[in-house]
Every structure is written in C-alpha cells, then in structure tokens.
Design a protein around this ligand. Structure first.
Ligand code: KIV
Length: 265
C-alpha cells in the first residue's frame, strides 16, 4: 500500500519507527522501495554525494527536479520528499511557493523539505494551506554551512537549545507534518519529541524520535570521503565494487574475459 500522511501518522501513534533514506536515482530508489523503506528524500546532499562538491550550496532547482523524477520512476509505494535547494525558497514568499509548486507539479513528489525554523514559518503555513505537505529541518542545517563553519552539534548551549525549541514550535504551528532534527543532543531531541504533534525524524539526534534518516551511499558504504559519527555502514560497498572492478580489469588483461559463452557464435 502506498505510504501517505495518514499511514505515517498511524505509525507515529502506534510507536512504529519510520525509515527514510536520502537517495537520488532510479535504481537505488527502487531498492529502497522494494524493501519497504517508508520515505525517500531526494536530498540536496546530492551536492556532495553525486556532484562531489564540498557542500550543498551549489545544488540547483533543476537538479532537484531531475533527480526527483529519476527517483519517482523507481518508486511504487514509498513517500517521496524533494529537498528544496539553497536560494529556491529564501528570496520571497511568492518565489518559495512558485518553486515548491513547480517541484510538486513537475516531479510528482509527495512533499517538500525546507531548512529553517521561525524564519520560514510563513512559507510553511502558505504551502500547507495550498496542499503541499512540508518537512522542516532544524539543528545543523547544511545550507547554513558558512555560518556554522563546519558540521556541528546544535543545542548544547542554553541559547541554542532555546532557539531550537522556538523553531520546533514555529514549524509545528505553521503546519509542518514532519521535522528532521540533525546533530541535536539526545536529551533535547527527547524533550521535543515527547511533546510533538508532528513526526520527528532524527539524524545524529539519538533514538528518541519517530524515525531515522540516513543517506543511501553512507548506509551501503559507497561514500568514503568522510563518515560522520552518526552514520552506520551496513555494507563496505566501495570496497566490494573496487574488488569487482579490479577482477574485471585482471580478466581482460589476462584474456579470461570474454569467454566463449559471453561471445556471439
Ligand atoms: O540532504 C539530505 O540528504 C538531508 C538529510 C540527510 C536529512 O537533508
């Protein structure tokens, strides 16, 4: 059965955890869908994972649309969330609505994700009121990397924690159905989650949440450039692939490939 807002909230009510994977193409989305991952996030992390950039800032609206379309072709049941890239929703309310509407219309995604709290509440409210489900993202927000300087835990200091509480409330009051907490201390996540009406998803935020999100390439060990503390690798994908590539090269060089069975007549 296709995942939707109703089925996601049912899971929250029942205390069943929700799984979300960030990914960007047909085949990986199909694998996630086939094993019952609830949601696929077409994250702007594609800037680092796919484009090889140092951060997410260069990701364009066109790139998010392109990758979301690829993902949609691989999905039968998962709920697809498109991540709105830097400067696609910060310029004005009108531009934000126009760009989010474009993503939903052109890709068929089910929801959009926006980074920020109080400062984007008006946009969240407007999107929700015209029928676009919104995921909020607070804590460490990669689109503000130039303010943070480097990836950091957010909410350890009293004023940071207070700001996070205000952001969380502003997003919920504006109608965000889901809020991603990134790199937030476990105790603060627990406090926010215990009072939450929205679905709380963690990444580096501890276990007191309605679910977890990780990047596909991190889960299967394809992305080796860096490994944040909160990533768990379930496969050494890059090592296995390199082994296969070396074997292919070796077989070609030694004349073992192709064999007669792999040739025509
Ligand atoms: O861009 C992304 O993939 C994300 C998740 C890691 C939350 O924002």
């Amino acid at each position: 059965m296709p995942v939707n807002l109703k089925t996601l909230f049912k899971k929250k009510e029942k205390g069943e955890k929700i799984t979300i994977v960030s990914t960007y193409d047909y085949w990986s989305a199909k694998l996630c869908d086939e094993v019952g991952i609830d949601c696929i996030l077409v994250g702007d992390s594609l800037g680092t994972v796919i484009k090889g950039e140092k951060h997410t800032l260069s990701v364009t609206l066109e790139e998010v649309i392109y990758h979301t379309k690829c993902v949609m072709r691989g999905v039968k049941e998962a709920f697809v969330i498109a991540d709105m890239p830097f400067m696609s929703y910060q310029v004005s309310l009108e531009k934000a609505v126009e760009n989010c509407g474009r993503v939903i219309k052109e890709t068929g995604a089910n929801a959009v994700k926006l980074e920020g709290g109080e400062e984007i509440a008006e946009i969240v409210y407007r999107l929700r009121s015209i029928g676009i489900p919104v995921v909020g993202h607070i804590g460490f927000t990669p689109q503000s990397i130039n303010v943070f300087g480097k990836p950091a835990v957010v909410g350890k200091r009293a004023e940071e924690a207070e700001k996070l509480r205000r952001d969380f409330k502003a997003l919920e009051d504006a109608g965000a159905f889901m809020i991603v907490l990134e790199s937030v201390p476990t105790s603060l996540t627990k406090e926010l989650w215990e009072k939450s009406r929205s679905i709380v998803i963690g990444i580096g935020a501890g276990k007191f949440t309605d679910g977890q999100v990780l990047v596909f390439h991190d889960i299967v060990g394809l992305f080796e450039d860096f490994k944040p503390k909160f990533v768990r690798r379930y496969l050494e994908g890059a090592k296995l692939i390199k082994e296969a590539l070396k074997n292919f090269k070796q077989d070609v060089l030694s004349g073992k490939f192709p064999s007669e069975e792999e040739s025509y007549g």
